[in-house]
Design a protein around this ligand. Sequence first.
Ligand code: ZN
Length: 200
Amino acid sequence: MKYTCTNHLLLVNRHHPLPESCTAPDLAVISPEFPSIQIQSEAAVMLTDLLRTLHAEDRIVPVSGYRTMEEQKQIFSDSLRENGEEFTYQYVAVPGCSEHQTGLAIDLGEKREEIDFIRPDFPYTGICQTFRELAPQYGFVERYPKGKEEVTGIAWEPWHFRYVGCPHAQIMTEHGWVLEEYLDYLKEMQLSEESGEEEQ
Ligand SMILES: [Zn+2]
């Protein structure tokens, strides 16, 4: 079976590494100011649109987008050296298991003089919160919310957004589901539909 990274619901976490056959997605920049930060092209269009709608182009900046396996390895080993094991395993995905390798994830930061590359500030107030509230309408969800650490296996990350597309993002937000929970729900729906068909 051939996988592609264009499946917007592709699950990548420590138990689900990026399939090896998954090729790099078509990428696009979000802002000409940050030409090195790219995400999957449809996600980039939606994100640019959202930032424009909020007049937030100068207040919210992209910090990290698509990463190759090599880049993820580099970030992981740099963090191990600089921040130690505990921090790294909490905030940096093991190479092969990072959502950033799908091109569907973006770390965002409120524009500051200095922006932390691994943990940028993205508060629950002001323009960042307005962004967060509107994001599902543009297909984005806050991927690692507080309280879901056990489900996602990743610490609370207010800055990490994931493109899942519409209407998935709205449904997930409405129910308070993270991607793992939403995929379980879809699977159950499918199973009950299949068993329903058999009964008829
Ligand atoms: Zn991230």
